[in-house]
Design a protein. Structure first.
Length: 426
């Protein structure tokens, strides 16, 4: 394989939170074609807009070699393909590789001798070579590591984070042969100012990605369990964590809902592979079970507190502040705030959900929930602060209390309100 960096023609397949920033980064230096099956997504990007808010109009203009398309045939001109499609879990919490498989089927139709396909989507160790490569071979009629080659370089995008961007996060790279591994590494190194880490194999790179978020998931699960214990003991969890945090090596994790496209998903990819190998993970799944039930726990605590204050739960007006999976970001993928909303519905409450960052249409389509344009004054029997958006942090005590009835419950999951006016903190 003799493709040099100077004659690279890249195709980024999938233009979401991961693919678009990567396409922009490459498009500053290389001929780059951003591909997505959504015509509406291509239309908005060609108009210089990004609904994910990851890339500004100015940043799009600063990638002169980048163009966008939903026409698969135009990818025939490319010789280096990077796949950045979602890898979710299904209703049984099993890996859903459908987007990855369909992307591989599409690439197979335009794959040529000498081409390289690199996957960035989170997978379990072995997925690239065991799932994706056979699809590429079957669809193209080409032979792996003879006619075409592959690599894996896990994404490390943090949606909504304007400090940690593609270019200033160390990139793990790998390739299917030593020569391809060097080429993949060199390509990424040419745009990543933070540097790269070249793994010895594709499987090592895949495993590195999946344990990054598994580790975070377990740490948060521990803090969530501590919060449950401290709540029963009548101890303020935040005060305990601040005290413990005075030690130099105490890790600064906080309790909360664990959702999003990575932390709440990746552990299931790892446990799927482990069980395929005949090992049933104990610790990882215990952490997942605890984190998956935090929405139910939150509602249970709210209902108990309302009843203690003699507030009728059935028919109560409740305000849920925030629905996205994290603060100051429109991403609603796998948001666990939805668990709170659905659990509240069992109590027949009147629920208003307010989130200035979320798309009303997207929320309705994905979850069948409605958003309100703004909260109403003096209406609510209870308020749950579920996401720490800047707009919510800016609320004064009077602003918050002005939304509530005189006898009310305020549940602050994110420690954003004055402790003197909150009834419960996670």
């Amino acid at each position: 394989m003799e493709n040099k960096l100077s004659n690279m023609k890249l195709a980024i397949v999938g233009l979401g939170y991961v693919g678009l920033p990567l396409a922009v980064a490459f498009g500053r230096q290389y001929s780059t074609l951003g591909f997505d099956i959504s015509d509406s997504r291509i239309k908005e990007l060609n108009a210089g807009k990004d609904s994910t808010l990851e890339i500004s109009p100015d940043e799009l203009k600063q990638a002169p070699h980048l163009s966008f398309t939903s026409d698969l045939n135009t990818l025939k001109q490319c010789n280096f393909f990077i796949v950045t499609v979602p890898t979710p879990i299904d209703k049984n919490r099993q890996p859903d590789l459908t987007p990855l498989q369909k992307a591989s089927q599409s690439i197979a139709k335009v794959l040529k001798k000498g081409d390289v396909v690199v996957y960035e989507s989170t997978v379990f160790p072995g997925a690239t070579e065991e799932v994706c490569i056979p699809i590429l071979e079957q669809g193209s009629g080409l032979k792996f590591n003879q006619d075409f080659f592959a690599g894996y370089s896990p994404e490390r995008i943090n949606p909504g984070d304007k400090q940690h961007r593609v270019e200033n996060i160390v990139k793990v790279t790998s390739g299917s042969t030593p020569e391809i591994a060097n080429q993949v590494n060199a390509l990424y190194a040419s745009i990543i100012t933070a540097g790269t880490h070249q793994a010895s194999s594709i499987k090592v790179a895949e495993a590195a990605k999946v344990i990054e978020n598994t580790q975070r998931d377990l740490n948060i699960a521990l803090i969530n369990e501590l919060a449950i214990i401290f709540n029963r003991a009548g101890i303020d969890t935040e005060e305990v964590l601040l005290a413990a945090g005075s030690k130099w090596n105490f890790l600064p994790f906080r309790p909360g809902l664990v959702g999003g496209h990575c932390i709440g998903v990746d552990p299931y990819y790892l446990t799927h592979k482990a069980e395929e190998l005949g090992y049933h993970p104990e610790v990882i799944l215990a952490g997942r079970r605890l984190n998956d039930h935090m929405g139910e726990y939150v509602v249970g605590q709210l209902v108990k507190t309302m009843l203690n204050k003699k507030i009728m739960v059935n028919g109560a007006n409740i305000l849920l502040l925030g629905l996205t999976f994290k603060e100051n970001c429109p991403d609603i993928r796998n948001t666990k705030v939805v668990d709170i909303a659905r659990e509240l519905q069992h109590y027949h409450v009147n629920l208003d959900i307010y989130d200035p960052w979320a798309s009303t249409d997207e929320v309705a389509h994905e979850y069948g929930l409605s958003l309100v344009d703004k909260p109403q004054p003096n209406k609510y029997d209870a308020v749950i602060a579920a996401v720490a958006h800047d707009q919510f942090k800016a609320l004064s005590n009077d602003d918050l209390l002005g939304l509530c009835k005189e006898n009310r419950v305020i549940y602050d999951l994110k420690y954003i309100f004055d402790k003197t006016i909150t009834d419960i903190r996670l």
